[in-house]
Design a protein around this ligand. Structure first.
Ligand code: 26Q
Length: 828
């Protein structure tokens, strides 16, 4: 802080940032007056939030600018993270923590008659992502800054993020996410930075200098991209990075165009069409074929980002030789994979680089992370559509492919099958561009996101690439940031950990949590641990009551499944078992503690069965919660609108974490890590990172059930018949029969028929095969909960052994194995 004051004076901005609590209080008042145009008597909570946010922003500016200056002067090697999605979550709380201003802010706003928690609750989060992949990008931005790695995150500034989920009569209703309505204090727009992005048209070949054959792209239309930057602060030092998100604008102001063209309405329409590109996030988390606007979004942000990278590069460098020394570009799934072709176009067409040299630079620049295993979820685009939007890129991809396949023919002579599967172009009635193949061919590193996932990638979807280039492959198990998902979101548990470990070093070095192991059996510590967890449950109960009018009893076991709704994640397995549990309680056959089964998650708007699963949970809740015979023992709730903000309340409140996907389908999962880090015990399958979590916390501290990946495969090969399993599982039969008879639909036998049909006729995700094992395991977990000492011991050991799942560890591995980049400390 002393350093900060010195620099502020040196820069002559001491007047803007007044020191201490009193200074902060006065700055908030100034902002209320000058930005919000309000006096205290009429100011809303949101006005106070905005006023505080701007005061905090002023206080982080010098770190941000000094970081940019340091990286510029030192010409530091920089990580470029390309992601179509970022789920950053609310910013104020984390920025206060990282600036060391939490206490000061609390006092300052108290002096103004405000409560800091109330103001924090006012912040609207930027929901610029669907789920796991977008939140992972945000955790990685946090860790890059904390590890002092120079980095720029590039993405799209969607005007509407993921929809807000409302529930009407038990059905999901999508509500437009107007996240920018009250303004966004955390971003700084840079309208002076603008790049043209072209679409459509055709290409022309011509003779350039020295008679070199060159290509000109004559586009049909051009859109401008302009950035807004959000600071990403590191924890415990002065480094800051930026998240730079692109917004699309019309190339010319419409009045000017109208003047020229003489058609005012057409000109206005063109402006709207241009701005459409960044209007809304696609709310499905699986590739959906044929959406032209989605392809345009991808190309738009990729092109802006690469142009920006080159502009910054040429500020200090004359020749492209050093490009791959100064930058490494990480592709977050295939959504930005067009970058491979766009880089080639920029180098070859715009910078007149010979093809071979351009290709060498490009391959050295890129690395690719895969996040899925389902072959049908891999992104492809019909060649026809692709060529109409990006004619030059299609040519470039054909050229890349031809040279690549020549290389394959030398490595595997006569192997036509391999050639077909490796080709960037999928042959068939409709030719398609395979984005994963483009990403693999154009990258020097390829990784999966958990050990099992990487192993399966190498064995299945990318096996031919693995045979060709085994050394390109590695695993980088996902991680989560302990700053947001423990320190910020769970104050009672964090305070206890600080007390027990004698400080906050664990926040940057999460393996230190292991120091809690020795306290696992200490009864005084156990009591404190239980008290902290109880506070987490009470906080969620207050939150649910206040915002959703949902009552939760903190004295019950909180059994939680929150994540996107998907058949492979098997929320219906959970729901069906709740039905059977309900029946057993009614018959007096089930013991265990009183439980609250909590569900939450959004369904893709077009995913009908997922929406029906949400309806199912609500209808079960309606019946179960109004039954006075079982009321005391079982309650079912669906918490609406699962997002980062709500998640931060949910993870600290959970006793039991449901991670029950069919083995082999969840690439990693990251919610599983957030729960266990906060001391929840997991009931889960051997899928994704569950396997590594179980290894880390110890099998005796994890409730494992279900088929393994290999068993799922062989069962399917042998001819899986779900009805056989139903016959042999009376509890399941009973639950399905009740559903069928309309017990959860007021007698309506049609409502859930589609869901029943999928389970009984296909059961792609083997709900029936795993039901019995799941039920037994869940009962075992419930019984264990009755032994409070035992449960608490297991809970402490879970937290103590979760250090490996910090995103700091993940990022350190990317830095070491893929990015080859070192920390650059920033001094104020
Ligand atoms: C692609 C094309 C067109 C429209 C949408 C998409 C699209 C958008 C989002 C495809 C996929 C996604 C998101 C995928 C995702 O979140 N995957 C999850 O990634 C996590 C981080 O690695 C893993 O932990 C999860 O297991 C994985 O499901």
């Amino acid at each position: 802080m002393a350093g900060m004051k010195k620099m502020d004076k040196a820069r002559g901005i001491g007047g803007r940032i007044k020191p201490g609590v009193e200074g902060l209080r006065r700055d908030i008042l100034d902002n209320l007056f000058c930005n919000q145009a309000k006096f205290p008597a009429v100011a809303t909570k949101n006005d106070y939030y905005q006023a505080l946010a701007y005061a905090v922003r002023d206080r982080l500016m010098h770190r941000w600018i000094r970081s940019a200056q340091t990286f510029f002067e030192r010409e530091s090697r920089t990580v470029i993270y390309l992601s179509a999605e970022y789920l950053m979550g609310p910013q104020l709380g984390n920025n206060l923590i990282n600036l060391g201003l939490w206490k000061e802010a609390k006092e300052a706003v108290r002096g103004l008659g405000q409560d800091l928690d109330d103001l924090l609750a006012e912040e609207e989060e930027p929901g610029l992502g669907n789920g796991g992949l977008g939140r992972l990008a945000a955790c990685y931005m946090d860790s890059l800054a904390t590890l002092k790695i120079p980095a720029i995150g590039y993405g799209i500034r969607y005007e509407y993020g993921i929809f807000d989920q409302a529930i009407r009569d038990g059905w999901q209703v999508e509500v437009a996410d107007k996240w920018l309505r009250l303004g966004n204090p955390w971003e700084v727009a840079h309208p002076q930075i603008q790049y043209p992005v072209h679409f459509g048209g055709y290409t022309e070949y011509f003779n350039g200098e020295e008679n070199h054959l060159r290509v000109r792209w004559i586009p049909a239309r051009t859109v401008m991209g302009t950035p807004s930057d959000t600071p990403v602060l590191g924890y415990g030092h002065h480094n800051a990075n930026i998240l730079r998100l692109w917004r699309a604008e019309a190339a010319e102001s419409f009045d000017f165009a109208a003047f020229n063209v003489g058609d005012y309405y057409k000109a206005v329409e063109d402006k709207m069409v241009s701005e459409n590109i960044t209007k809304v996030l696609y709310p499905n988390d699986e590739a959906e074929a044929g959406r032209r606007l989605r392809l345009e979004q991808q190309f738009f942000f990729v092109s802006c980002s690469l142009q920006d990278m080159l502009r910054i590069f040429f500020q200090r460098n004359g020749s492209l030789d050093k490009l791959a020394e100064k930058y490494v570009v990480q592709l977050n799934d295939t959504h930005p994979a067009l970058a491979v072709a766009e880089m080639m176009r920029l180098l070859v067409d715009e910078h007149q680089t010979p093809w071979e040299r351009a290709w060498d630079i490009t391959c050295r620049l890129f690395a690719y992370t895969n996040h899925t295993l389902l072959p049908e979820a891999l992104e492809t685009w019909a060649v026809d559509l692709f060529g109409r939007i990006l004619p030059r890129h299609l040519e470039i991809i054909y050229e890349i492919n031809q040279r690549f396949l020549d290389h394959v023919r030398l490595t595997f002579p006569g192997d036509e099958g391999r050639l077909a599967s490796l080709s960037i172009i999928e042959e068939g009635p409709v030719k398609r561009v395979r984005m994963a193949n483009l990403a693999c061919v154009g990258s020097s590193a390829i990784n999966g996101v958990a050990e099992l996932h990487t192993e399966l990638l190498q064995k299945t979807v990318l096996s031919d690439f693995y045979a060709l280039w085994p050394d390109k492959f590695s695993n980088k198990t996902n991680g989560v940031t302990p700053r947001r998902f423990l320190l910020r979101s769970n104050p009672p548990l964090s305070a206890l950990i600080v007390e027990a470990l004698g400080g906050t070093a664990w926040v940057k070095d999460l393996e230190r949590l292991r120091g809690l192991e020795r306290l696992a059996d200490d009864s005084a510590f156990q009591e404190k641990w239980k008290a902290a967890q109880k506070k987490g449950k009470e906080a969620l109960a207050r939150h649910a009551a206040k915002y959703y009018d949902i009552r939760l009893d903190p004295d019950t076991l909180f059994d939680v499944q929150v994540k996107r709704i998907h058949e492979y994640k098997r929320q219906h397995l959970n729901a069906l078992h709740v039905i059977s549990l309900y029946q057993k309680i009614k018959r007096g056959e089930a013991g265990g503690p009183p439980r609250t089964v909590i569900f939450g998650g959004k369904a893709a708007p077009g995913y009908w069965i997922a929406k029906l699963m949400i309806k199912l949970v609500h209808n079960i809740a309606e019946v179960v919660n109004s039954d006075s015979e079982t009321n005391e023992m079982l309650k079912v709730v669906f918490l609406p609108d699962f997002n980062v903000k709500n998640a931060q309340k949910i993870y600290p409140a959970a006793d039991l974490s449901q991670q029950i996907s069919t083995a082999g389908y969840e690439a990693s999962g990251t919610g599983n890590m957030k729960f266990a880090l906060n001391g929840a015990l997991t009931i889960g399958t051997l899928d994704g990172a569950n396997i590594e979590i179980r290894d880390a916390v110890g099998p005796e501290n994890f409730f494992l059930f279900g088929l393994e990946t290999e068993e799922v495969r062989t069962l399917r090969e042998r001819g899986y018949n779900p009805r056989d399993f139903c016959q042999n599982t009376p509890d399941l039969m009973e639950a399905l029969t009740m559903l069928d008879e309309g017990a959860f639909s007021r007698g309506d036998r049609h409502l859930f028929a589609p869901l029943l049909g999928r389970i009984l006729d296909h059961d792609e995700y083997m709900v029936c095969a795993d039901f019995a094992a799941y039920g037994e395991c869940r009962e075992k977990a419930a019984a264990t909960y009755l032994d409070s000492r035992q449960w608490t011991r297991m809970s402490i050991l879970n937290t103590a052994r979760m250090g490996r799942f910090s995103s700091d560890r993940s990022i350190a591995e990317y830095c070491r194995d893929i990015w080859h980049v070192d920390p650059v400390p920033v001094e104020l």
